[in-house]
Design a protein around this ligand. Structure first.
Ligand code: NAP
Length: 376
């Protein structure tokens, strides 16, 4: 049973520990939950900033609905960072529901977001609880940009681009993220066209331009992102496409090459062989936990172009340190939920439940993001 209002599940993970950093910063006591208490304790002592000021406990438990529910009960909010979420997420969601907790996660996986909306959305709504995926750099920052364009009445068509500095040796994509990225090859990827989810081709790719950088950016649908799902049932929006690219190197072309190989050689293999291929790719690309991000290295631009029939708006959010930003977003939302403040229950985006201006303001005040809006 959790003694404190916030549970961090995935407490030995890179992102889980960054959520803890921000909880400590906000003086919020927390319960750290994971499958190996010894590992959690050791990694927290190496990685979590200001641990000496924290009020916390550690609970070791297996990844099973009943065991997790027993660990979560007593808390108000579960911040879940155990991914790939398509693989591990539903068990934790079911456990949080059973324990009467709100569930926030850090997924970027569209297939999982679609699945949990259908499977758990109604039950969370009936329980008066929030089920909020992607409360993370991807795809909340792009959604904040989209919402800034939707502040102009009449906008009904959204194009977003998440443009990040690409991975280089030591620049920091985590084990969990790499596994999640390659997990998305298994899923169809959708954009929103006239209120319907329409599939991208598995190897669709684009050269895009964003005004903040001079050279064209090679971009992919990146699993489709959460935005078309969030906007599918939003009366303001009929169209939504979201792309992701790296703005300063060619690493995204390697991702496309793997996607092409997946389509040609791997997707027809038995599930065990697919698992083995993903595990081998993850091990070869992301051997260990990366160092803490730096603002000199880890920078991103999320741009949204919103258009109506006769005009448009562009909003851009420049941001730094996406994993640290993810921790901040989780805690900004947890603070609201501890106080019982939310504009939505059931399946929801962070922007809908907590407001894009609140989330953006939280990040801006901490030097993590800055937004600009231009009428087109
Ligand atoms: N959308 C975004 O912008 C964004 C940002 C940050 C993170 N994420 C996502 O968040 C997830 C976590 O990322 P991360 O960077 O924290 O990865 P990570 O450092 O690899 O951490 C993964 C965590 O999950 C736990 N875990 C893995 N398999 C488990 C299992 N079978 N049972 C119980 N726990 C298990 C790990 O525990 P052990 O230590 O015991 O293995 C660890 O605590 C990924 O899916 C990633 O894509 C997304």
């Amino acid at each position: 049973m959790a003694k404190y209002p916030v549970v961090v599940y995935g407490a030995s993970g890179y992102t889980g520990m960054l959520v803890m950093d921000w909880l400590i910063d906000q003086d919020i006591p927390f319960t750290a939950v994971g499958r190996d208490a010894g590992r959690i304790k050791e990694l927290m002592s190496q990685r979590v900033v200001r641990l000496e000021s924290a009020t916390y406990e550690i609970i070791e438990t297996e990844h099973d609905v009943d065991a997790l529910a027993a660990a979560f009960v007593g808390a108000k909010v579960v911040c879940n960072t155990v991914g790939p979420f398509g693989k591990y997420g539903p068990v934790a969601i079911e456990a949080a529901l059973m324990a009467g907790c709100h569930h926030l996660d850090t997924t970027g996986e569209q297939g999982y977001v679609l699945k949990i909306r259908a499977q758990f959305g109604q039950q969370y709504a009936e329980a008066g609880l929030v089920l909020c995926p992607s409360l993370s750099y991807m795809h909340t920052i792009a959604q904040i940009a989209a919402e800034l364009t939707l502040d102009t009445p009449g906008i009904d068509s959204l194009e977003t681009a998440t443009v990040v500095r690409g991975p280089r040796e030591g620049s920091g994509v985590t084990v969990g993220s790499t596994a999640s990225i390659f997990e998305t090859f298994r899923q169809e990827q959708f954009h929103l066209w006239d209120n319907q989810l329409v599939a991208w081709g598995a190897t669709d790719n684009f050269e895009i331009t964003v005004p903040e950088v001079l050279r064209p950016v090679f971009a992919l649908p990146w699993g489709g992102t959460s935005l078309p799902v969030f906007y599918q049932e939003d009366a303001r929006v009929r169209y939504c496409t979201s792309l992701t690219g790296f703005y300063d190197n060619q690493a995204m072309r390697l991702v496309l090459a793997v996607a092409e190989q997946w389509e040609a050689e791997i997707k027809h293999l038995p599930i065990e062989a697919q698992e083995a291929t993903i595990a081998q790719i993850v091990a070869s690309t992301t051997p260990s936990m990366p160092p803490r991000e730096r603002t000199t290295l880890n920078r991103s631009i999320d741009t949204a172009v919103g258009r109506g029939p006769l005009g448009g708006v562009r909003a851009s959010v420049s941001s730094v340190t996406p994993y640290i930003t993810t921790g901040a977003l989780q805690v900004a939302a947890a603070m609201k939920l501890i106080e019982g403040e939310t504009d939505a229950v059931g399946f929801t985006s962070g922007c809908k439940a907590f407001g894009h201006n609140y989330l953006l303001g939280f990040l801006e005040q901490r030097g993590l993001a800055r937004a600009s809006v231009t009428q087109l």
